[in-house]
Design a protein around this ligand. Structure first.
Ligand SMILES: [Mn+2]
Length: 336
């Protein structure tokens, strides 16, 4: 087990050296943060505190309710346009994205105030997107950025503890969806096996992340799941979630985020597209594929991004048109 993990450590050496020489470090993740980015920066925050670094933790917007069990209220700050300027900082590390647009307006402030701003990520660099800053660390073989944070912490010789383990374990189980998406590597399991020694109730974490349905949410699901459309002989599913559906059941945006993965449990399906209405004529598209069709390029054709088989984009236009365009692209991908 040790050998496998040691190999992983080597790759993050440049980031580790930068952390060693920095006194003040700021950690952040993409907007509408998820369990992966948040878990990774929380784990690293607790670890860097142990070696007496001056660390600050920022998100660019509210952290969704379901992550509140991670207990970050006393030190996590939300950066908004009106936020007082950030003090000069030696190093900023941004986890779980390599696209600065996902970290605005914080990113612009960091570029002014930090010696160095680097991305630590596992998403492929977008073909048409911005080039991540030199020195950034991107490992697309990692199933979560929590695994990268783990390697950094280990390379710094920081001993794990309950807080670090809880955060990193959250990151891994969130992005692998309880070890369903592990990118065929043993790394996620090996690291988790070590983390779980420090975590007294891993099942509580599973519940906090995945058993979050309220009665309202189940009613909402009953409503939206009945509206799924099937195309290409049932291989492609499309769903539109109107803003008013969420309002009607008193839910927020984060409550709609797991629906696409739920749809992907349909056996016959090969890929799915979920459109969430932001306002009329404006949609957040989420795409998923079981692996036969690569869908990142479909997201990129709408100026979006993500992973090869899980991607998304923000789209403006008339719904029926955008939908048809998406279905056509997905069908093409299935044929090629
Ligand atoms: Mn991630």
């Amino acid at each position: 087990m040790e050998t496998v993990l040691k190999l992983e450590h080597l790759k993050v050496n440049s980031i580790v050296e930068k952390i060693k020489s920095a006194k003040s470090i700021l950690l952040s993740t993409h907007k509408q943060c998820d369990g992966d980015g948040l878990g990774a920066i929380l784990g690293l925050y607790h670890a860097l505190k142990k070696i007496n670094k001056d660390v600050r933790l920022f998100t660019v917007d509210e952290v969704p309710r379901k992550y509140h069990f991670l207990d970050f209220n006393n030190f996590l700050e939300i950066y908004e346009e009106s936020h007082p300027p950030i003090e000069n900082t030696d190093l900023s590390l941004i986890f779980d994205t390599n696209d600065f647009r996902m970290v605005e307006p914080l990113y612009s402030e960091l570029s002014k105030k930090c010696e160095e701003v680097l991305f630590v990520d596992h998403h492929p660099i977008l073909n048409d997107g911005p080039e991540p800053n030199t020195g950034s660390y991107i490992d697309t073989t990692a199933a979560s950025t929590g695994e990268i944070a783990y390697s950094i912490i280990k390379s710094l010789d920081i001993e794990l503890d309950e807080k670090i383990a809880r955060a990193l374990y959250t990151s891994i189980v969130f992005d692998t969806q309880l070890f369903r998406f592990v990118k065929s590597a043993s790394t996620s399991h090996l690291i988790s096996a070590e983390l779980i020694k420090y975590e007294k109730d891993p099942e509580e974490i599973h519940r906090e992340l995945f058993s979050t349905y309220t009665i309202g949410k189940v009613a909402f699901l009953g409503h939206v799941l009945s509206k799924i459309e099937y195309h290409s002989k049932g291989q492609v599913a499309v769903l539109l979630i109107k803003d008013k559906y969420l309002h009607r059941h008193n839910l927020d945006v984060d409550d709609s985020r797991d629906i696409i993965d739920m749809i992907m449990n349909i056996k016959e399906l090969k890929c799915a597209a979920l459109f969430r209405e932001i306002k009329e004529g404006q949609y957040k598209l989420s795409l998923r594929s079981k692996g036969e069709a690569e869908i990142l390029s479909v997201a990129e054709s709408f100026q979006g991004g993500g992973h090869l088989y899980a991607a998304g984009a923000y789209i403006e236009g008339e719904y029926e048109k955008i939908k048809q365009q998406t279905v056509d692209l997905l069908t093409q991908k299935l044929k090629s």
